[in-house]
Design a protein around this ligand. Structure first.
Ligand code: XMP
Length: 489
């Protein structure tokens, strides 16, 4: 056999700080750069940025915020299947044109009761329906006000408007808005042929959808959402697929594993949604996924909270990992997602130059308002909790399957992640704005207007450690925090 010393003739593998994009002649202003790209074979995003499937990062609140701004949130798997389905539902319903769970009033209620109910539900009007859901009228806060002043015995029947403008099931946003303007109303009940209530369209809902004009939406106009699925969780896969999830992410710390691949292939064959498989970090692993994966996610140990490399001695620096996988995936037109290790917008655009179609970030989003968990203050600075899905805490809450470990609560764990805190950042909107803005500026420096063009045109140079130091703020004391740069991140 080969002498062991041959093993020491090792190939070089690079990561974000080892490389920079070579500036090129350009006619592209950053604002004109178009970041549209794909996350899986049939899902395109105007902002190819995903929030990580981690229990301190993505639940429905962040997923809604991400999708509204053109990205995608991937719900974590540390909750039971029912709860995941409910979370998918929340995202799918968030910007729906027709609200299906309508707050209704009964003609027998008193005006005061309806007033209290509307306050509690946070609505300013409600269709009045009979016991079998026939629409009898509609009542709003304005209708109610004069009655409240005089007494509390009046019935809704007296206060409501009984000439209700309704619309049929097939109404679209434009018809609904025309009806509202014509009749000076703010909500239109949707009814079936027998005048039974089936939904409600509101002015506020329509305007909100307009505000998010580059949102990630499915064919029915609902926000898109991704869901992480344990490698052997076909039950979760079927349930969220039925609930309308757009992309399933078979989520395993080492997907280049025969059992995982076999199971992922079966899951892919049984659902309608696209199925992304990961994580992998080599050419051979990518080859093993060709033929069924609708996307391949890359990252063996680059994550900020991740200790896989030191605990297991295994890993692949992320720029090389992405490039190796992309070599194979691009030949088969399979999108590649670079997952983990991205600290700055510059890292994100470097990942795309290395062959990724989209990027996934955990720590970058964990400190936002929309991520789960509360803000804590330590030494006068504000933080939010952020933990690896392979940390003891996350595995105790059921996350062990990602690491192909039993998730018995009494078990001793060999964790591959840490539990940490990350600086509190405020709303995700400004974080995404900075991230995408930096990526677009990168495209400008390379002279590429679109992501495919950028992937072709971009070239790397190798950076020395002196070059790295030069690239960061140096020889100064920072006096005002920049919104997109913190030297200790
Ligand atoms: P960032 O750097 O964006 O990375 O915070 C997020 C990604 O890290 C992966 N992840 C882990 N990797 N041990 C690991 O080895 C862990 O405990 C762990 N938790 C998350 C995951 O791919 C995530 O998207």
């Amino acid at each position: 056999s080969e002498p062991f010393s041959e093993k020491l003739r090792v190939p070089e593998a690079l990561t974000f700080d080892d490389v920079l994009l070579r500036p090129k002649e350009s006619r592209v202003e950053p604002d004109d750069a178009d970041t549209t790209s794909r996350v899986s074979t049939s899902v395109e995003l105007s902002v190819p940025v995903l929030s990580a499937a981690m229990d301190t990062v993505t639940e429905s609140e962040l997923a809604i915020a991400m999708a509204r701004r053109g990205g995608l949130g991937v719900l974590h798997q540390n909750m039971d299947v029912e709860e995941t389905v409910a979370e998918v539902d929340r995202v799918k319903r968030a910007d729906e044109l027709v609200i299906r769970e309508v707050v209704t009033a009964s003609p027998k209620q008193t005006v005061r009761e309806v007033d209290a109910m509307m306050e509690e539900e946070g609505v300013s009007g409600a269709p009045v329906v009979s016991e079998d859901d026939e629409v009898l009228g509609i009542i709003s806060a304005t209708d109610i006000r004069p009655y409240l002043e005089v007494g509390d015995r009046d019935e809704v029947r007296e206060a409501m408007t009984d000439e209700v403008i309704t619309a049929p099931e097939d109404v679209d946003a434009r018809n609904a808005l025309e009806l509202m303007y014509e009749h000076k109303i703010e909500r239109v009940p949707i009814v079936d042929d027998g005048n039974h209530l089936t939904g409600l369209v509101t002015m506020q809902g329509i305007l909100q959808r307009r505000e998010y004009d580059s949102a990630a939406r499915d064919d029915e106009g609902r926000l898109r959402v991704g869901v992480a699925i344990g490698p052997f969780e076909s039950e979760r896969a079927t349930a969220v697929d039925a609930a309308g999830a757009d992309v399933l992410f078979i989520d395993c710390a080492h997907a280049h594993n025969r059992n995982v691949i076999e199971s992922a292939r079966e899951i892919e064959g049984s659902v309608e949604a696209d199925v992304v498989v990961g994580n992998v970090g080599t050419r051979e692993a990518a080859e093993a996924l060709v033929g069924f994966a609708d996307g391949i996610k890359v990252g063996i140990g680059p994550g900020s909270i991740c200790t896989t490399r030191v605990v297991t001695g295994t890993g692949m620096p992320q720029i090389t990992a992405v490039a190796q996988v992309a070599d194979v995936a691009s030949e088969h037109d399979i999108p590649v997602i670079a997952d983990g290790g991205i600290r700055y917008s510059g890292d994100a655009i470097k990942a795309i130059a290395a062959g990724a179609d989209a990027v996934m970030l955990g720590s970058y989003f964990a400190g936002t308002d929309e991520a789960p968990g509360r803000v804590v203050t330590m030494n006068g600075k504000r933080y939010k909790q952020y933990r690896g899905m392979g940390s003891v805490g996350a595995m105790q809450s059921g996350g062990g399957e990602r690491y192909l470990k039993d998730t018995d609560e009494d078990e001793d764990y060999v964790p591959e992640g840490v539990e940490a805190a990350t600086p509190y950042k405020g709303s995700v909107e400004s974080e995404l704005f900075q991230l995408v803005g930096g990526m677009k500026s990168g495209m400008g420096y390379v002279g590429a207007e679109t992501i495919p063009e950028f992937k072709r045109r971009s070239e790397f140079v190798r950076v020395s450690s002196a070059g790295q130091t030069e690239g960061h703020a140096h020889d100064v004391v920072i006096t005002d925090e920049a919104p997109n740069y913190s030297p200790d991140s």
